[in-house]
Design a protein around this ligand. Structure first.
Ligand SMILES: NC(=O)c1ccc[n+]([C@@H]2O[C@H](COP(=O)([O-])OP(=O)(O)OC[C@H]3O[C@@H](n4cnc5c(N)ncnc54)[C@H](OP(=O)(O)O)[C@@H]3O)[C@@H](O)[C@H]2O)c1
Length: 316
């Protein structure tokens, strides 16, 4: 059995010091783990730049946060639809104009279990386009600012990386032949995680130790994820699951991403999430990751393909 480096209770936000003077960029904060992460960062004195697609919801979120934490919190929203490359590029430009530093970029926003094959405006399967290519471009464009502040990139993945076909379907990336919601979602989350470990390798090769990159997941948390994009059946199943001890609060689901964004000296090669039964709930820490998530040939091919598909290159 793995010993949790943070003790029996695992990692909790009690470990976060005062975050005055630090800036965090968090995507998808209108609900779920992103909302909870933003709230905890703000409660520790950080500045938070939220990137959300729905400006009205973001305004309401800011109002709620001010009501709960006081009106002096430093929080703004920049509109960004992660499923549209033009929107991601515009948002990245605005972030660069607005803040002088990024201590951590938390890539939390995602959609899941989209019932029928749908393509983004850029022509990618919707989960791959939003969860993977959207984040790829955002991370690459904000990289210089993160590098300047010796900051971190945190990707919120999913245990789904170990479901589906457990590799990248290079010959049919849009699932034109045999789309299923779970396979397509799982591929997008695997791609997100793989690109973090590949980024680590590329940083190491370039002798760049200034930026750190982490992969984590929230286990099974009670959020809006399935209600936003899942089928009627998936919503039904997940809403029943939410009543069981197989799920945890959205707040607990936010701990892994908060840990990766703030905990000093955290090993980048780890995969972080709940360490209880099936890694769905329980004390937060490092746990096993299956080798296919670190398959070097697949990761390298995916990286090169992503540069070609998005036309965006990292300046590492
Ligand atoms: N909940 C779980 O059990 C679970 C399990 C494994 C992994 N995860 C991962 O955890 C992360 C957080 O999800 P959650 O469970 O907290 O779900 P959630 O409550 O649905 O929150 C997702 C957030 O992402 C935003 N979003 C969705 N599509 C977007 C787009 N195109 N552009 C910008 N923002 C967008 C949503 O905004 P709107 O309000 O506008 O929809 C919302 O703010 C995701 O990466 C998810 O894959 C969750």
């Amino acid at each position: 059995m793995n010993i949790n480096q943070f003790g029996k209770k695992g990692w909790t936000p009690d470990r976060i010091d005062n975050l005055n003077g630090k800036t965090f960029v968090v995507t998808g904060t209108t609900s779920g783990t992103g909302f909870e992460a933003a709230k905890i960062l703000l409660s520790k004195g950080a500045k938070v730049v939220m990137l959300n697609r729905n400006s009205k919801k973001a305004e309401d979120t800011i109002a709620t946060l001010k009501q709960e934490l006081g009106k002096n919190i430093e929080v703004i929203n920049i509109q960004m639809d992660l499923s549209k490359q033009t929107s991601v590029k515009k948002a990245a430009e605005e972030v660069i104009k607005t803040v002088p530093q990024i201590d951590a970029l938390i890539c939390n926003a995602a959609i899941a279990q989209v019932p029928k094959q749908t393509l983004t405006v850029d022509g990618w399967e919707s989960q791959m386009g939003t969860n993977y290519y959207g984040n790829w471009t955002l991370q690459a464009l904000l990289f210089p600012l993160i590098e300047k502040s010796k900051g971190r990139i945190v990707t919120v993945g999913s245990l789904g990386y170990d479901m589906g076909i457990k590799t990248i379907k290079f010959d049919d990336l849009n699932w034109d032949k045999d789309y299923t919601p779970n396979n397509a979602y799982s591929q997008s989350k695997l791609a997100q995680i793989m690109s973090i470990y590949e980024l680590q390798d590329r940083l190491k090769e370039a002798g760049n130790t200034d930026v750190k990159a982490y992969a984590c997941h929230p286990g099974s948390s009670r959020t809006n994820l399935i209600n936003t994009s899942g089928s009627f059946m998936m919503k039904f199943i997940f809403n029943i699951m939410k009543l069981s001890p197989l799920t945890q609060s959205a707040e607990k689901g936010a701990y892994p991403q908060l840990m990766c964004a703030t905990e000093p000296h955290l090993d980048q090669s780890g995969f972080y999430g709940p360490t209880g039964r099936s890694n769905w709930t329980g004390p937060v820490g490092a746990h096993k990751i299956e080798p296919h998530a670190k398959d070097k040939n697949v990761a390298k091919r995916l990286w090169e393909l992503s540069e070609k598909e998005t036309g965006v290159k990292w300046n590492i």
